[in-house]
Design a protein around this ligand. Structure first.
Ligand code: N01
Length: 528
């Protein structure tokens, strides 16, 4: 059977892509590893999982009926509520009949003679499609570090991104949590509220800001819904796809009192708006340090033990150069007598034993291990599929020194393969749904226009790809991002090339660039 398009994944990207393809009258099918829709929100069922983009902004804008009828209950939606929303969308737009669940696409090979993508799945399906569109997510390849002895551990182990559907009861348990990124920081306070003991193994302290989550006031919801068109337009033209009200002024130009007032006001407001307190926090190390020290002072205020407060205070990277975390009661959790923090930089994990975690200095008994150890980000989910393009070129080989794309949408030598929120696009540096909708709309329009012009094949021009890849890296070089060992750079995966993968130019500027490429007849692409 030959389809017009196969979509890989049925999270927010895959679902909307499928909807748009159908709207164009194309035959399409999505393959999804999970047993349901929702992607990230299907897998990440750990306690405390919540989106840190506000719910009324972290939602689809493509259907006004949908955005008017759906009611969010909190400022930041919890994982169960976002999953319900995803399921509602799947039902409302009747998407499930074209999604094959519990099926992973394992291979995709471009057949040059037939101009088709030939796919294989782990269930033995064989299917051919004119277009292959990956909607595999940026943070879906979960990573558990290779600790010696890990398999010998006698109790249950759970990665935050592969959490059991039936939930986990921590009552009476001694729980080891490894990792203090966004997932760990959300889960630790809730686990500590239930477990007998929690030992947190921290390699890098993170800057975390208070979420100040609360029930969504009905008046606010009505207000937003009445202005959705205008607010969504502002989000699309913004830097990060959120309504953040950034202050363009320099932190260094303000007086000490003005700065303190500005930081305090945004800290009190809660959420990601803190990073927009001044315009130079992401680019000027001195300005950044002022914001970083403000957060460290807050940690010292909250955490009773000065030694623990110091361990929790990030000092080896600028604020915002690793993904900022939002929390509810994270730092205060360390005031509980049942919670211990282990700094694994000073006291490294040597091995997992049958009954706990052994560091250089001590054995830490545990009945359960929670791995909040993150992902092989951006490239991991794509390279997890054995993809070969023209001349048998494998994507793994092509990207051996880091991803190379044109606009994060295509990679040369792999015709008719589109990568939604691929490396080289704003993706993880933005509200993902804004970036997803922009890519899906761009791809849908492209397929429609090419069909109208009788063009069968689109591929990235290698020269345009070289220029874009250099531009992505150059723009990142003007910021403080490369100063941290982050997953944006692949630093969390041993052996992964150190390349800054997402595009920091901002979703507004990026959208203009993509629209310009379309207006110029797909400049930088080769059509045939
Ligand atoms: O993963 P992470 P995450 N030994 O990679 C540590 C999004 N997200 O799942 O920093 C010891 O950030 C690692 O240490 P280090 C968001 O974009 C959003 O928490 O590499 N420790 C780090 O502390 C986020 O950024 C939301 O030194 C090891 C932790 O494990 C992204 O997903 C919620 C180790 C991993 O942190 C990923 O977040 C959750 C080792 N060998 C996630 N290996 C919201 O919207 C790794 N670590 C709220």
């Amino acid at each position: 059977m030959t389809l017009d398009a196969v979509v890989v994944g049925a999270g927010f990207a895959g679902m909307y892509m499928l909807h748009r393809l159908r709207g164009l009258g194309l035959s399409a099918r999505a393959y999804e590893t999970g047993a349901g829709v929702g992607g990230t929100w299907y897998w990440n069922r750990y306690p405390g999982a919540r989106c840190d983009v506000e719910s009324m902004q972290y939602s689809y804008s493509f259907s006004d009926d949908l955005q008017q009828e759906w009611e969010w209950s909190e400022r930041y939606a919890s994982q169960p509520e976002i999953l319900l929303y995803a399921e509602h969308v799947a039902d409302r737009f009747d998407l499930r009949r074209d999604i094959v669940f519990e099926t992973r696409v394992t291979r995709a090979a471009y057949d040059e003679t037939a101009n088709l993508w030939r796919l294989e799945t782990d269930r033995g399906d064989r299917v051919a499609a004119r277009h292959l569109i990956t909607a595999v997510g940026c943070l879906s390849a979960a990573r558990v570090p290779d600790f010696p002895g890990a398999a010998s551990f006698q109790g249950p182990t759970h990665h935050t991104g592969r959490w059991p559907h039936e939930g986990v009861d921590f009552t009476g348990r001694r729980v080891a949590v490894i990792g203090t990124g966004s997932s760990g920081i959300q889960a630790i306070p809730i686990i500590a509220g239930q477990a007998e003991r929690v030992t947190v193994f921290q390699r890098t302290p993170n800057y975390s800001l208070p979420a100040r989550n609360r029930p969504l006031e009905p008046d606010h919801q009505t207000w937003v819904k009445a202005r959705y068109a205008e607010l969504r337009a502002t989000m699309r033209e913004s830097a990060a796809g959120i309504l953040a009200d950034p202050n363009p002024d320099s932190a260094l130009a303000a007086t000490e009192a003005e700065r303190a007032r500005a930081f305090e006001a945004r800290w009190a407001r809660g959420g990601l708006a803190f990073v927009g307190t001044f315009g130079d926090l992401a680019i000027n190390p001195d300005a950044n340090e002022l914001a970083a020290e403000f957060v460290r002072a807050k940690i010292r205020e909250i955490v009773a033990d000065p030694g623990v407060a110091e361990l929790l205070s990030p000092r080896n990277h600028p604020i915002g150069s690793k993904r900022i975390c939002l929390d509810t009661g994270y730092y205060a959790t360390y005031n509980r007598p049942t919670v211990t923090l282990v700094d694994v930089r000073r006291d490294p994990i040597l091995e997992i034993t049958p009954t706990g975690v052994r560091t250089a200095a001590a054995e830490h008994p545990a009945d359960m291990i929670v791995y909040a150890t993150g992902y092989d980000a951006l490239t991991g989910p794509l390279l997890g599929i054995d993809i070969t393009g023209k001349g048998g070129l494998s994507l793994r080989r092509k990207w051996a020194a880091g991803p190379r794309t044109y606009l994060g949408l295509m990679t040369a030598g792999f015709p008719n393969l589109f990568t939604i929120t691929g490396p080289g696009s704003p993706s993880v540096l933005s509200n993902m749904i804004v970036s997803i909708e922009q890519h899906v709309d761009w791809i849908a329009e492209c397929l429609d226009r090419l069909r109208a012009r009788g063009v069968a094949t689109i591929d990235a021009d290698p020269l345009a790809e070289d220029a874009w890849t250099a531009h992505v890296s150059e723009v990142a070089g003007h910021t403080l991002y490369p100063r941290a060992d982050s997953w944006y750079l692949g630093a969390n995966v041993p052996g992964k090339p150190r390349v800054f993968m997402p595009y920091v130019g901002g979703v507004g500027a990026y959208r203009m660039k993509c629209d310009e490429v379309t207006a110029n007849g797909y400049e930088g692409f080769v059509l045939s």
